[in-house]
Design a protein. Sequence first.
Length: 243
Amino acid sequence: MNRKHVLVTGASGHIGWSVCRELIACGHTVRGFDLVLPKQPIDGLTDMRLGNLTDPQAVRDAVAGVDTIVHLAASTNQSDFLEVLLPPNVIGIYQLLEAARLEKVQRVVVTSSVQVVQGLDSMSRTITVDEPPSPWTHYAVTKVMAEAWARYYADQHGMSMIVVRPAWSPPPDWKPPAETSDDTSAAIFLSPNDAGRFFTLCVEAVDISFATLFATSRPKNHMAFDLEPAKRLIGYEPQDQLP
């Protein structure tokens, strides 16, 4: 396998922590980028950069010399748009993708969210990646913008772009409840281990110009989001299931 030099933005977040750990375990060289250091050390991570996505020089320096980017950094959910969401989720991803273009990065894995299709009824049927977005929050709107930017850089600049729509992923130290979970929770669950494997497979996959993929663990009875494209394109098979 071709070992990659990967920049992980948002490396100190709980998904970023799992992704860095899995990438390193698979033999890839990882550079982290975040506003703060990880709360828990990441074994094997020797290059951790502190910086802000809105700082073009900090972003350019972080991107320089890598061949792949996993972009996880963002402000999430019901935050104020102008003060909290706009800087990292709009200005920040623009700075990152422009730096990736200028530095001739081979692939960028852009993290979106299942919230971009929150307005669709995923509990009565399975949502496919081809269905139109239906965001309910400003956060989800910023993720729709991120997906559009990924398509732009793929089509206009020939960059390999993979958009990942992860479901709910708890921190690595999260413990499942003692009682059996309901189908709704199980359908939108993404375990830390499955998250790490999913993004690593995105880094390692070949011959992808552009793709949009849902990422969940194994549902119990109902599959809310279609995982077939992820299986076909990157070989993803979920291993975990919410108890």
